[in-house]
Design a binder for this molecule. Structure first.
Ligand SMILES: [Mg+2]
Length: 333
């Protein structure tokens, strides 16, 4: 299980930018040591110029139908300070309107246009690369509808295994297979997907998350587990749209006019959230809730955040104290 210092916030043990495939070159890593005392000057430097704070969703701002402690207050406070907020999720199952309805139910002050889900990116990709072509879709009803509205012919598996066996191979040709998470995936869908890939379809996956937290006790199979299965059987490797690739965070930074040095990515997973922030060149903060609290992070992965915090309430307290200190400094000066 990954353990973090109990202090309000501490600099994590930092690695070289090269070891994590990019990273925030603007972060002064030279002075940092593992388990160093909190270095307020460096935290101040990172937080002073923030224009955008991007949150992962599951395990960070909510778990299931419950907002996590501090999420509502932190997002509201950032908005009061005119710092933009975005929610970046590898989840492909819910549309922007579905996500904003959930935010409303949980009193989270986030609107639809602040959500960057992999289905949003997937629709853009198929629209640009496969206009008018036949695409096989694995995923939720929302996902299927979003892809179907992106100017392609979206197909999903309706055949059972015996029907599939008797189908002409020509009928099973697709320009691409696009794989998002489905909570009701079945064997026939997996067989159909493998056949599509063996038949030459380009393989695109929304996200590589092997697991996701369910409630506070379970880690259940995520999209990455199905994507890996289909990839191993077919021998075709997928292009991954979601985190750890920086595309979702890049889209948010572009929309909100924030540079990487003005952006903080907060997440509960090292291999997706923190790696994504680093790949985009932004500051990164690991929050010890969700997957991190459930011990789902591989502490030997070589991926280290710039900061860690026990929860969003503590992070808000830190933000407030730094901003108060800064405003006192300005008024004294
Ligand atoms: Mg998460």
């Amino acid at each position: 299980m990954t353990r973090f210092p109990p202090a309000l916030i501490r600099m994590a043990g930092l690695l070289s930018a090269d070891s994590v495939g990019g990273g925030a070159s603007h972060v002064d890593r030279g002075k940092s040591t593992q388990n160093a005392d909190p270095d307020r000057a460096r935290v101040l430097k990172a937080f002073r110029g923030l224009k955008l704070v991007a949150f992962d969703c599951d395990g960070v701002i909510w778990i299931d139908e419950k907002a996590l402690p501090g999420a509502v207050e932190l997002i509201a406070w950032l908005k009061e300070q005119s710092i933009s907020t975005a929610a970046i999720t590898n989840n492909s199952s819910r549309s922007r309107s579905n996500l904003s309805s959930k935010a409303e139910r949980l009193d989270l002050p986030l609107t639809g246009s602040e959500f960057y889900a992999t289905n949003y990116l997937a629709a853009k990709v198929v629209e640009e690369r496969f206009p008018g072509e036949k695409i096989l879709v694995l995923g939720s009803d929302d996902f299927f509808q979003i892809i179907g509205n992106a100017g392609v012919t979206a197909i999903r598996t309706t055949k059972d295994i015996s029907d599939l066996r008797n189908t002409d191979l020509e009928e099973l040709k697709y320009a691409a297979l696009i794989a998002g998470f489905s909570g009701s995936i079945c064997y026939a869908e997996l067989c159909h997907a493998v056949t599509a890939l063996e038949n030459g379809a380009v393989f695109i996956a929304t996200n590589p998350d092997y697991t996701f937290p369910v409630g506070e006790r379970f880690l259940w199979p995520g999209n990455g587990s199905f994507v890996d299965l289909v990839s191993r059987v077919s021998g075709v490797r997928p292009e991954i749209l979601g985190k750890p690739a920086p595309h979702l965070l890049n889209a948010a930074m572009e929309d909100f006019g924030a540079s990487p040095a003005e952006t903080l990515m907060i997440g509960d997973r090292l291999d997706t959230d923190i790696a994504c922030g680093k790949n985009a060149g932004a500051y990164t903060c690991l929050v010890n809730t969700g997957v991190a609290a459930a011990g789902g992070n591989d502490s030997t992965s070589g991926i280290a955040p710039d900061f860690t915090t026990p929860n969003l309430t503590e992070l808000l307290n830190l933000f407030k104290s730094i901003f108060e200190e800064e405003s006192e400094r300005k008024s004294d000066g």
